[in-house]
Structure formats: C-alpha cells, structure tokens
Design a protein around this ligand. Structure first.
Ligand SMILES: NC(=O)c1ccc[n+]([C@@H]2O[C@H](COP(=O)([O-])OP(=O)(O)OC[C@H]3O[C@@H](n4cnc5c(N)ncnc54)[C@H](OP(=O)(O)O)[C@@H]3O)[C@@H](O)[C@H]2O)c1
Length: 250
C-alpha cells in the first residue's frame, strides 16, 4: 500500500508510520522538523518499508497544493491527515493570530493538500482518507475555543467529503481521540481524564481504520460522558463546564 501521513515526526503520526512500516508498504511522511522526520524515516526503512520524506509546513498552502499534485502522479491507497497543533488559553479573549494559526494548520491545510488528490482517488475508484480530529471538537471549552472550532470545522469537512466520495468506493474516516500522551499534551498543566499512551492510542486508531469505522470517538467512557453532557439542558451544562474550568485553575 502507498500511505501518506502528515505530522509524522512525533506523537501519533510517528507511531502510525512505525505501525505501517513493513515491506509491502510505501510511506510518504510529511512534517517540518527534518531531523525528527529523518529519524522516523530511518526506523521505518529498517522495518522494511519504502519511505519518501517531505519536509514541509502544511500551512504553506501553495506548497501543499504542489505536493498534492506530485503525490497524485501515483496510486494513493490511504492518506492520514494527522498534522495538528493546539494552543491553550488560560482565559480572556483568544488572540486572532492563534485562531488563524490553528485554522491554517488543523483545517485549511487539509484541503490545500487534498484538492489535487481527490480527483486522483475518484479516478482510481478506491482509497481511504483518514482525518485525525479530536473529542474536543464535540464540546468546546472556554480554554480551547480555537482548537475545538478548528477540529469541528474538520468534522464538517470530513462529513461532506464522505458523502461526496462514497459513490466512488472511497472511505472517509474521522477519528476523534481523547487525551493521548504526546508532545502536544506533555505541555498541559491540567488533569487529563482517561489519558492513553501513544501506543494504546495508535492501536485504537489503526484498528478503527482496519475496520473502516467512519466516525470513531475514543475512549468510549470519555465520549459517553461528553454525549451525556450534550443531552443536558444548556443551563446545567453551563454550570458543569464552568465548574470543570474552575478546577483547571483558569
Ligand atoms: N495528543 C492528544 O491528546 C490528541 C487528542 C486528540 C487529537 N489529537 C490530534 O492528533 C494529531 C497529532 O497530534 P499529537 O498528539 O501526535 O501531537 P504532536 O506529537 O505534537 O504531533 C504533531 C505533529 O504535527 C506536525 N505538525 C504540526 N504543525 C505542522 C505544520 N505546520 N506543518 C507540518 N507538520 C506539522 C508536527 O511535526 P513538526 O513539528 O515536525 O512539523 C508533529 O509531527 C493532531 O492533529 C492533534 O490535534 C491529539
């Protein structure tokens, strides 16, 4: 299989690359930090995979479009849109610059890369597009408004794309992890409920991809808590969210 992974230099992206690193797979790994990406690429090659490494910033849209065009020259079996950033805010108004950076990286970059790839998938009449969203897209907290908004936009994009590509036999999957141990969460100073190791997180993600789950939130207990919270009357939900936020110390 030819598998493209964005954000492959650390965390989930790195672990996904290593999971798929085997002789039958050809991997395309994308991220900005060249040394980290090289280290991941070498490990994948040692495990038998063919690897193409692309050092690039996904928020450079023109670059993403040209990379997408080149990648579409050959068969694409699976593309995992994983690159992402989070910016926490302890309170007050979210600076516009943070909103812009989060939307560029977590959301707009996705279509810049996919625009030239989608016609290729349609012509192939096969392929899988996997979005790494977040449980934070389902319930927006006052401290992560911009992150949640960028991931909720991603969910809406993925939903529409799924309907669009379904008739061509292309699977579009949205994975919504809770807290996973990675560089992203290591900087968090608050308690992270149901925190999973990177390995446990990647096992859940790769199992979901293998069984072509089109919408996969996990861990289940955390997802159910969010679903229940969303069913509550708004006034009660306001109280719970404010209490949780107070406990975070913000
Ligand atoms: N960890 C969690 O609890 C959690 C929960 C839900 C969802 N997620 C999502 O999972 C995905 C992976 O995050 P992670 O937890 O594995 O964090 P991570 O270790 O910080 O990994 C983020 C990856 O994205 C890449 N990236 C970030 N900005 C980029 C840019 N502008 N251009 C290219 N690559 C970029 C980083 O590579 P470079 O810095 O080398 O560019 C890195 O490889 C993200 O989309 C995140 O939102 C994480």
């Amino acid at each position: 299989m030819r598998i493209i992974i964005t954000g492959a230099s650390s965390g989930l992206g790195e672990a996904l690359a290593l999971h798929y690193a085997q002789a039958s797979n050809s991997l395309v790994l994308i991220a900005r930090r060249s040394q980290k990406l090289e280290a991941v690429a070498s490990q994948c090659m040692a495990l038998g995979a063919k690897v193409e490494m692309i050092v690039a910033d996904v928020s450079d849209f023109d670059l993403m479009k040209s990379i997408g065009e080149k990648l579409a020259d050959s068969q694409i079996d699976r593309i995992i849109l994983n690159a992402g950033i989070s910016v926490g805010h302890s309170g007050g108004v979210t600076p516009f610059e943070d909103f812009y950076r989060l939307f560029k990286t977590n959301f707009l970059s996705v279509h810049a890369l996919l625009e030239p790839i989608i016609p290729k998938l349609i012509a192939q009449k096969s392929g899988e597009v996997v979005f790494i969203s977040s449980l934070a897209s389902l319930l927006s907290m006052p401290t992560s408004v911009a992150y949640s908004a960028s991931k909720r936009a991603l969910n809406a994009y993925a939903e529409g794309l799924r309907y669009q590509l379904k008739p061509y036999g292309i699977d579009v999957m949205t994975i919504l992890p809770g807290f996973i141990d990675s560089e992203m969460t290591q900087k968090n100073r608050f308690k992270m409920p149901f925190l999973l190791s990177t390995q446990a997180g990647v096992k859940k993600i790769t199992d979901a991809i293998a069984s072509k789950k089109h919408f996969y939130p996990f861990p289940l207990r955390f997802y159910l808590m969010i679903r229940i919270a969303l069913l509550l009357p708004q006034s009660l939900r306001d109280k719970i969210v404010n209490f949780t936020n107070y406990k975070k110390g913000s």
